[in-house]
Ligand binder design. Sequence first.
Ligand code: GLY
Length: 314
Amino acid sequence: MTRVNPKLIIHGGASSLEDKGGLESVRDSLRGIVKNIYSLLDNGASAVEAVTKGCMLLEDEPRFNAGTGSVVQSDGQVRMSAALMDGRHQRLSGVINVSRVQNPISLAQFLQSQEDRILSEIGAADLSRELQIPLYDPLTDYRIQEWMEERKTNFNRKMARLFADSSAQRGTIGVVALDQQGDIAAGTSTGGKGLERIGRVSDSAMPAGNYANPWAGVSCTGVGEDIIDECLAAKVVIRVTDGFSLAAAVEKSMHESQTNGRDLGMISLDRQGNIVWGKTAEILLAAYHDGQGIGDTLEWHGENAGLIGHVAVG
Ligand code: GLY
């Protein structure tokens, strides 16, 4: 079988650069992870392996809202969600609102081979205990401070109603890869949108937020409810399956999102190796390897940015 030139795109959410250490710092972080994961793909790692490892590295990076550094919910607790989709077998697995683990994506990876593939809170905690995964506190000082600040200004309103407000965070991490066999996988992980109501379910462990099949793969970021209402990841992948080019599928989906007033972003690639990203949010923190070199989307914002960007196969 002919060796496919691997492709990779990752994201660290659609929220501001400032609270993450600024442009150069975020760029170094994202590009470092792209370099690391692309070398795995270049050495024959499968898309599922590369996506899992890439998500773990992003979860371990405290500046992003997933794993270590996850935002705090309305009751002061961290609950995380993650999903992995093996495009070759068109199989999704994931965990919803899991606590006290370092890498929610590793639970999603384990669940790929199980009959019951998406577990929430108590089920995910039981699995973690069964697998003897050490307890881990993902809460960082920065996130505690952030929560304390919110608490000072309108703690009563938020805690009484247990709703997040318009300052909802758009942090998530995600990875989409095409491996040497031509297989695609997508992974997404999040701490949620911050200050949300207890029990709120993120898009990240649903096909709306993370989807792949043999034709294309997508990972989303942004306000989960907006992503769910657009059914964004699955919609883009199905459009490609039905004959749209990836760029046309993302462009149409981004126009719909904009018309509907959504606040979101996404990364994607297809089996030909085209890489496409899109956003209605102000900024998308993404980086990619197109088989020739590394690029990123960190300066893709402002008036002339448009709704999509892409690296087409030559
Ligand atoms: N997209 C992450 C969330 O809304 O939870």
